[in-house]
Design a protein around this ligand. Structure first.
Ligand SMILES: C[S@@+](CC[C@H](N)C(=O)[O-])C[C@H]1O[C@@H](n2cnc3c(N)ncnc32)[C@H](O)[C@@H]1O
Length: 182
């Protein structure tokens, strides 16, 4: 009887490890072919929202929202509404759970969507991104197409090719950039 229980537990643990392995493999593969998931911790998210001077009631849209770190800080600490675009289903689910634990579920929304797929972008006062320069370069014409002049765009570390730069701020060894839609 005891042996059966021990074998059962071992099989279950092996099953969990296999699931974990498959998830890691999947994330790595997406990392190789696209922008890998690296989260902006609270000091980074906060610095980005401060640089963009996010005010209560404004809408922040994070393109490539990962686990929702930026959107959640925008909602919880700045009183903003937030929308995150993320194509990895698992990260969207995780972001929703984190938003719930942070008590900001009603202020935020996470869309499992490729923001480069051509759909009209949602209204925003502030756009945020932490994406590779080549992805910023693809996103830039969509931002210029859909957002009115003056919309703030804040980017961690990576530059946008032609948007006019308004300000920048050092955060640790990295820089956060603030642009405006012309
Ligand atoms: C470096 S992470 C940044 C996550 C989050 N913005 C943060 O700063 O904590 C970039 C995220 O963008 C997502 N991503 C990259 N390209 C995307 C696309 N075209 N559509 C939706 N999500 C995308 C990746 O899956 C990844 O989770």
């Amino acid at each position: 009887m005891l042996t059966t229980v021990i074998i059962g537990i071992m099989v279950f643990i092996q099953f969990l490890l296999l699931c974990l392995f498959v998830i890691i493999l999947y994330l790595l593969a997406r990392g190789i072919f696209g922008v890998p998931f690296v989260r902006s911790n609270k000091p980074f998210s906060r610095a980005m929202m401060e640089l963009a001077e996010v005010k209560p009631g404004e809408t922040v849209v994070d393109y490539g929202s990962g686990d929702g770190a930026i959107v959640i800080v925008a909602a919880k600490e700045f009183g903003a509404k937030g929308i995150g675009f993320e194509y990895l289903r698992i990260l969207v689910a995780y972001a929703k759970a984190l938003a719930m634990f942070a008590g900001v579920s009603k202020q935020v929304e996470f869309r499992r969507e490729n923001f480069l797929s051509g759909a009209t972008l949602p209204k925003a006062d502030v756009v945020s991104s932490y994406l590779f320069p080549e992805v910023n370069a693809k996103l830039e014409p969509l931002l210029i197409r859909d957002y009115p002049s003056g919309t703030r765009v804040v980017s961690r570390t990576f530059l946008f090719p032609t948007l006019p730069l308004k300000a920048s701020k050092k955060v640790g060894k990295e820089t956060v950039y603030l642009y405006q839609i012309p």
